[in-house]
Ligand binder design. Sequence first.
Ligand SMILES: NC(=O)c1ccc[n+]([C@@H]2O[C@H](COP(=O)([O-])OP(=O)(O)OC[C@H]3O[C@@H](n4cnc5c(N)ncnc54)[C@H](OP(=O)(O)O)[C@@H]3O)[C@@H](O)[C@H]2O)c1
Length: 296
Amino acid sequence: MPAEIIDGRLLAAQIYGETLAAVERLKGRGVMPGLAVILVGEDPPSKVYVANKEKMARQLGFHSVLKQLPATTSEAELLAEIDALNADPSIHGLLVQSPLPKPLREETMWERIAPAKDVDGFHPMNLGRLAVGQPCLVACTPAGVIEMLVRSGVTIAGKHAVIVGRSIRVGRPLQLLLSLKSKTGDATVTVCHSRTPDIGAFTRQADILIAAIGQPRFVKADMVKPGAVVIDVGINSVPDATKKSGSRLVGDVDFDAVKEVASKISPVPGGVGLMTIAMLMKNTVKACGDLNPAAP
Ligand SMILES: NC(=O)c1ccc[n+]([C@@H]2O[C@H](COP(=O)([O-])OP(=O)(O)OC[C@H]3O[C@@H](n4cnc5c(N)ncnc54)[C@H](OP(=O)(O)O)[C@@H]3O)[C@@H](O)[C@H]2O)c1
């Protein structure tokens, strides 16, 4: 039987509904969540992501600020912009859109953003707090993957989760989240990467398989245990002559073949990407001090 498709749109809509309710509560206390995004340069996909983030922030009634800077911006200039937004009391969440034009370094910017406003969750303080199981702002894509699993009724505790990819954006925080002694953790976690020989030998053992490597359709059906839950984080543009644009988006999983083996699978597009933006909005509310948006 083909896998159940995990509908990112539906799950993201649930999170937006909860976030909207939290925004109303905050406004009742005189707080309007403020989200600032710094975009450096003219990278077309980044412009689309940022526009989507801004649109959603406005729909939720946030104060939304977009700082567009030229690709020639120096490190000192970018750091000064971050400092100004760190000091702005109307801004609760702040992120610098990646990728940055060379020679700017993302890591330098991550460390400059005030940890309390770090809605991307990449500051070493937030990653460190995550590692020790303390409350913190968690990176949006990994947090979105956990929400996807939980809201789809997948039991994580006691399962073997295999993550392919170990980046700071996705694989590393996900490894921490899934292995934490917590309600949404307690899995046994294996992390594979570019130096892992015979990745299929590991992925075939996964009850929960998460692909986050940026290689189109890398995970084939024979790499998946029958009945596994498969979450595809990858977003890859591949040529497609039937499209006006000449290309289309695919994930890191060979969706059509793997859906015949898995029990549940997230699609691309329509999967994790939508959760990521929803979690960014949720994190912005969390950054306002309302640590539990679901609380009455
Ligand atoms: N859906 C979303 O919202 C969202 C958010 C973020 C990223 N993404 C997508 O997720 C994918 C990964 O993003 P990222 O930022 O984590 O990428 P990244 O920083 O480039 O990291 C890629 C990871 O995959 C590993 N890897 C690359 N090729 C591999 C291979 N052939 N076999 C095994 N491991 C391999 C790398 O190993 P090494 O560490 O050994 O180099 C690295 O750990 C991309 O397609 C990206 O567009 C989607």
